[in-house]
Design a protein around this ligand. Structure first.
Ligand SMILES: Nc1ncnc2c1ncn2[C@@H]1O[C@H](COP(=O)(O)OP(=O)(O)OP(=O)(O)O)[C@@H](O)[C@H]1O
Ligand SMILES: [Mg+2]
Length: 117
């Protein structure tokens, strides 16, 4: 099993939910977070400031963090769908971090691992 931590623009949440639903994900956890990537939160039209070497403080932008644990075989298809459907081609489209998950338990039934997803 793998956990995908998918950090996206807030307006892409509905599309990500649709993608995960189509991929038969058993559940997901969503949080609103603040973050920045390599541009340090500078929006694209101001990114020239970086090139000119202006000193700029890190700026955090609102993002949505989606956590979903899936079977190993689902990972690449989900990433392909995300690349196809939520990419704008502009900076800030987001990122997926992939973690190994050692185990899972559905508390109600005691089912383990993929059966518990
Ligand atoms: N190395 C990182 N560690 C933790 N969170 C990150 C990291 N990189 C990006 N994020 C999170 O992902 C969000 C989106 O990042 P973003 O898409 O801007 O990445 P990027 O590397 O700057 O790529 P791009 O050049 O396409 O903008 C950030 O706001 C932050 O919440
Ligand atoms: Mg960025």
């Amino acid at each position: 099993m793998k956990e995908l931590i998918i950090i996206i623009r807030p307006e892409k949440l509905e599309m990500v939910k649709q993608i995960l639903d189509t991929q038969n994900c058993g559940g997901m956890t969503i949080s609103t977070v603040m973050g920045c990537g390599t541009q340090k939160g500078i929006v694209e039209e101001n990114a020239v400031n970086v090139i000119k070497g202006f000193k700029t403080n890190i700026n955090l932008l609102p993002k949505i963090r989606v956590e979903v644990v899936v079977p190993d075989h689902s990972v690449e298809e989900i990433i392909t769908e995300l690349r196809d459907k939520i990419t704008t081609g502009h900076v800030g489209d987001g990122k997926v971090f992939i973690r190994n998950i050692e185990g899972a338990v559905r508390l109600r039934t005691g089912e383990r691992n993929e059966k518990a997803l």
